[in-house]
Design a protein around this ligand. Structure first.
Ligand code: ATP
Length: 268
């Protein structure tokens, strides 16, 4: 096992990454990743641009499958099933492991339909009105939109749109929510709302968040993984995981000098 191995022993693991290498064509983007994501906690991925944070995040719900040049070696276990085993249905994986992107991307539909769309596709048999209300409540948006559910999702502010996207992700009843820089397009007040929401959501969901904002990682996450880029003899710049630990340790007492330099703003 590599020296960057880290396991989380105090809580149950929901996603286990074993010796993962990710290629785009011949380019090795991410090298030798061993990482356990704990259930019902927030795990943050930090590191300089191009170190593979988004690539790893997208491996967890098989979103990279849509990229022709993508290839993964190694294993990712979700509740003891290898996500990349041939019999795994990637569409079902994406239902159970939802994603929220950098830019709010509501469907060009009403607020109501944004929430019900995925549920209907998945054959949801329950009461759609209840689903809309409970999803919007969980995303801390209900009070702001309850009187205008038929309005277009894109009529909302950026921060509200992002919470709508979170509500949409919740509506298909995922177990894990992946968030790729979910606040980078938001103003500070909307950012705070989303951060508060992340705190509330971890009661029910496991959250993995990529963020460039060091304070945000420190505020919202329980665990933090720091990634960096190393250049091979042949000049190829591959991402790897430097250190993974409780967020408090990563920010206050990291074991690796590179981590210390990065979190103190010396590079990156
Ligand atoms: N679709 C793709 N095809 C080819 N190379 C890609 C693709 N997506 C990402 N890469 C490369 O893989 C490496 C990791 O990219 P990735 O976006 O995962 O990094 P990141 O740490 O999330 O970066 P950032 O913080 O800038 O978003 C980079 O060198 C990037 O250029």
């Amino acid at each position: 096992m590599a020296n960057n191995t880290s396991t989380v022993s105090d809580t149950e693991t929901v996603l286990r990454t074993e010796n993962l290498n990710v290629y785009y064509g011949k380019f090795l983007a991410l090298q030798n990743i061993w990482l356990d994501i704990p259930r019902h906690q927030v795990t943050a991925f930090i590191g300089p641009s191009g170190c593979g944070k988004s690539t790893l995040l997208r491996c967890y719900n098989r979103l990279n499958d849509l990229i022709e040049s993508f290839r993964a070696e190694g294993k990712i276990f979700f509740d003891d099933k290898n996500l990349y085993a041939p019999d795994i249905d990637a569409v079902e994986v994406r239902r159970r492991i939802g994603m929220v992107f950098q830019r709010p991307n509501p469907f060009p539909k009403s607020i109501y339909d944004n929430i019900t769309f995925g549920a209907k596709i998945n054959g949801y048999k329950g009461d759609l009105n209840e689903l809309v209300e409970s999803s919007l409540r969980k995303a801390a948006l209900w009070d702001e939109v309850k009187d205008k559910l038929k309005q277009s999702g894109s009529s909302l502010s950026g921060g509200q749109q992002q919470r709508l996207c979170i509500a949409r992700a919740i509506a298909v009843q995922p177990e894990i929510i992946l968030m790729d820089e979910p606040c980078s397009a938001l103003d500070p007040i909307s950012t705070l709302r989303v951060e508060e929401l992340i705190h509330e959501l971890k009661e029910q969901y496991t959250i993995v968040i990529v963020t460039h904002n060091m304070q945000q990682a420190a505020r919202v996450s329980d665990k933090t993984a720091f990634f960096n880029v190393r250049t091979s003899d042949t000049g190829i710049r591959s991402g790897y995981m430097v250190e993974y630990d409780a967020t408090e340790v990563i920010f206050n007492n990291p074991k690796q000098e590179d981590t210390r330099d990065y979190v103190s703003g010396k590079f990156g």
